[in-house]
Design a protein around this ligand. Sequence first.
Ligand code: VTB
Length: 314
Amino acid sequence: MDLDKKLIDNFVNITSKAAIACHKYIGKNDKIIADKAATDNMRDNLNKLNIDGKVVIGEGELDEAPMLYIGEKLGTGIGPKIDIAVDPLEGTNFAAKNLPGALSVIAITSEGNLFHAPETYMNKLAVGKDIPKDATDLDFTIEKNIKNIADFKNKNLSDITACILDRPRHKKIIEDLKKMKVNLKLISDGDVSGALLVTDDKYKVDIFLGIGGGPEGVLAASALDAYECKFQGRFLFKTKEDIFRAKKMGINDLDKKYELNEIVKGDSIFCATGITRGDLVKGVTLENNKYITETLFTHKKSIIKKVKKEFPNT
Ligand code: VTB
């Protein structure tokens, strides 16, 4: 079932208000307080909506997160049944340290259409829509993926840019990319934005890859769907606890490689509001006693817009 497009404005308001709630904690060097401000605000406002919502990607499991935990029911209960993925503050370090890239993010689908992802890592690959779908694959070698992209874009390997989280676990991939003379965009956090950099040539990122948060992978997939980009993800269940959680959520094939349309089915709405300024959207600003926010939203295939909103400073 398609989502009512009236929901877009509701959800743009939700991420905008969460971003504003977080704004006063930018640069306080306290990521817990910043995250709590965004999370509390998002939860309060989601509960006011006339929806019968359920968190499928949230701040953790019931035993570890009192707010927006996986399975939590949201909304008045009167309205469409929807699944909700939230990351009230994506890039907690960015907000705490007053660095670019902090976002407040939500994705929704009709009930049952959004993957229930456990809190675990995911190996991800995203490329732009100009690359044929079979030219890249999580199971190809890094060399093969990069060479295919270069071929299709008619570029030299040294003109290709790969975006990846700067983590010790990526040492080998980063070395391989360097050997190929590929340019790197090494990000310290925020791999929802990282994945979305393949959506437009202006960001100069040809491939996003590597291991990051599973929930962030699902959120990025919902936006990449509207951009008609490719996304693949494979969860990494390492500990016994991870495996237990995965099985509890109904995941039996622990090595499965998920295609975008297995992660997000049908219609979805994605909203990302800037908290600090970033590549995708501007950060929250306070001008003449009004907060101004910028939100990137996507809906269905191909509806992609940025919207600026003003909220009184009450
Ligand atoms: C990423 C990134 C997040 O966690 O998913 C990353 O998007 C993965 O975890 O902003 P590690 O930090 O353990 O590598 C964040 O950086 C923080 O949630």
